[in-house]
Design a protein around this ligand. Structure first.
Ligand SMILES: Cc1ncc(COP(=O)(O)O)c(C=O)c1O
Length: 455
């Protein structure tokens, strides 16, 4: 029998996270305040606890993972590395397709890899309440799960369209003890303003972030902080446990290296988590093609400019250097809610600028087709976000067949789709459509960048 899964024991869990900031050829430009000057850690401390801010600005290559965090991560980590042998056979490709299965965590995605350390560091800092936003509900449910271990009270602003499309994610959050509020809401000034501008807005991650930050900073006791599930440097850092495990597992599978590495990218964290430890090797000279994949309806990396921009619609965050469609952009209602974000993580953006990675955009229908092919060959039903990485991996495997090359393809299976079956229902009944973003719309949405500082 040929081996399908490559597993590590709990003793083999990585003990440190990898920080790409230590090795990037060019440093990421600093975040700026409203005055156009770099923000100090003290300014960020209104929103985040200082121990996480230290990680945010760190350029140390390796950062220790606290024992308490490892104990909780070991509920599902090390996650298995699989070889997709049935899909390879179906595609008749000489390529070997490996995937890191992040759907085995209790909430069902990679998001708890950072939710657990974020809850831990907040708790160590004496924080009793956290606010956050969520798109598809994966992040909200991951943080709800993590907060239960530390007795932290959590409020989650969930993008309205996902709140309506995905009631089961809301129930997961409630089961883990969090409160889930559809955004925009009437609970914050920003929410009221968004609703007065468009009472029927589907919402966006940018709006939900504004509401969550406003609620956190309006608690004058300082005991409420805000938490973000992607985009920021410390989130990318926490996710590198994925790639560090995958490196050990590829060795177990007898591979010297990966030729192609793929991850879907919303804010960039699951992609970064798998790929950054391999980018260290690429910077050192290895030949690896690294591909972040996004939807054509939200083409941040493939069509938007690299610019300073706010992380949220109401302009409450510092200005971050990123590929961005503009902070007021409201993406079309695709089912991959976690990929509907206007910007891209500064570290991932810098890797694009430095020519280390090659982004790609795919249509929703092609991704669902790939997801169904996957479910009918490999069995697991992927999240709509994950289907972007699957579709890109299938494209690469087909290319390997045409070129007659035995490539090693590795991708991040970022989460299962068992709470996202309404999207499958639309696809299977032929109701799903593509939403490629017209150039005119992009021009209009990036016009807000003109008045902001230049990189
Ligand atoms: C399953 C899954 N994959 C990918 C993403 C995209 O987020 P990120 O780019 O931060 O990994 C999300 C976001 O919610 C998600 O739920």
């Amino acid at each position: 029998m040929e081996q399908t899964k490559y597993t590590l024991t709990e003793k083999e869990l990585p003990r440190q996270w990898y920080n790409l900031s230590a090795d990037l050829p060019n440093p990421v430009p600093p975040p700026l305040g409203p005055d156009g000057k770099p923000v100090s850690p003290e300014m960020l401390s209104k929103i985040f606890p200082m121990n996480l801010i230290e990680q945010e600005v760190s350029t140390e290559r390796w950062i220790d993972i606290p024992e308490k965090v490892l104990e909780i991560l070991s509920l599902w980590r090390p996650s298995p590395l699989y070889r997709a042998r049935r899909l390879e056979e179906y595609l008749k490709t000489p390529a070997k397709i490996y995937y890191k299965h992040e759907g085995v965590s209790p909430p069902g995605s990679h998001k708890p890899n950072t939710a657990v350390p974020q809850a831990y560091y907040n708790s160590e800092f004496g924080i009793k309440k956290i606010t956050t936003e969520t798109g598809a509900g994966q992040w909200g449910s991951a943080l709800s799960f993590a907060c239960t271990f530390f007795g932290i009270d959590l409020k989650v602003f969930m993008v309205r369209i996902s709140f309506d499309q995905k009631p089961f994610r809301r129930l997961m959050m409630q089961t883990w003890g969090a409160e889930c509020i559809p955004s925009p809401s009437n609970l914050t000034e920003s929410g009221k303003k968004f609703l007065s501008e468009d009472p029927d807005t589907p919402g966006s991650l940018g709006m939900a972030i504004s509401e969550a930050i406003e609620m956190a900073i309006s608690d004058k006791t300082g005991k409420t902080k805000y938490s973000l599930g992607s985009v920021l440097n410390h989130v990318m850092l926490h996710q590198t446990i994925i790639g560090l495990e995958a490196k050990k597992q590829l060795k177990l599978a007898g591979e010297k290296k990966a030729d192609v590495i793929i991850g879907c990218a919303g804010g960039g964290s699951n992609f970064a988590g798998l790929s950054f430890p391999f980018l260290a090797d690429k910077i050192a000279g290895d030949e690896i093609v690294v591909i972040p994949v996004e939807p054509t309806s939200c083409p941040t990396m493939t069509k938007a400019p690299y610019s300073y921009d706010f992380g949220d619609t109401a302009q409450k965050t510092p200005l971050l250097p990123m590929y961005t469609l503009g902070h007021a952009f409201v993406p079309p209602p695709i089912h991959a809610g976690g990929l509907r974000y206007h910007g891209m993580a500064p570290l991932v953006s810098q890797a694009i600028v430095d020519g280390l990675i090659k982004p790609k955009a795919l249509d929703q229908l092609d991704c669902y087709k790939a997801a169904v092919t996957w479910a009918r060959t490999e069995g697991f039903i992927p999240a709509p976000e994950t289907s972007h990485a699957i579709a890109a991996s299938i494209e690469e495997a087909n290319k390997a067949r045409e070129e007659g090359k035995e490539k090693v393809i590795l991708f991040n299976w970022s989460g299962h789709g068992l709470m996202d079956l309404t999207g499958y229902e639309s696809y299977l009944s032929g109701k799903l459509v593509n939403y490629p973003l017209p150039d005119e719309k992009i021009k209009e949405s990036i016009s807000v960048l003109q008045s902001l500082p230049k990189i």
